[in-house]
Design a protein around this ligand. Sequence first.
Ligand code: ZN
Length: 250
Amino acid sequence: MLSEKEIQFYSRQLGIPLWDPGVQERLKTSRVFVAGAGGLGSAVIYYLASAGVGTITICDSDKVEISNLNRQILHRYEHIGMKKTDSARIAATGLNPFISIQTLPIKIDKANAGEIVGDTDLIIDCLDNFEARFILNAVSVNRGIPMIHAGVSEFQGQITFLHPPATPCLACFIKKDTVTQHNRVAGMTPGILGTMQALEAIKYLTGIDGCMKNRLLFWDGLTMRLESILIKHDPKCSVCGKFHDGASGP
Ligand SMILES: [Zn+2]
């Protein structure tokens, strides 16, 4: 049951068609695993907290650095040197005291990924490297937990909702040996893509749905263009191919 204070907190969204108090209570019992409390994670965690997602697990092994602060708006100048998970928990519970924040200041690797993701309704990929993304993707596929992927670079970003076998997995359309990485990014870019991830998460958790399945959306901040391409199962995918038995995808 929602308290009187919670009803006041969420009153502006409780008036939206499809978002009644029953939906809000469903959000309150929802559990989300957020991998990364950086630029994407800042927007995701703030908006999931403000929407009333009941349990948010934040996984990040880093400490706050001065060079994070152009985009990682969960963190504060006075929190430089603090674990990002602690800084994020302070920010999220300061915004909404009616939710629970679990923190995991741990680096995701193959050995621990299944255990640290735990029992969750949804994985949100707010990572900054593809090595950990592919590990998280394997957990998502093997456990049947949907994953919202986003990635950003400079003024561009991409996002998709992954839930094999209804969709491809990350390894179907991003090949490890084709990924190049750098760390240049305008702060607004992860803010926008992270906000899109939070929106996708809320649509999935509430059952409103309409999520970005089987499409990869690209956002270009310089031209303000949004474009999406169809993405398909790779029947030879080493991660999710076993579910498709040679099918060519949706
Ligand atoms: Zn796959």
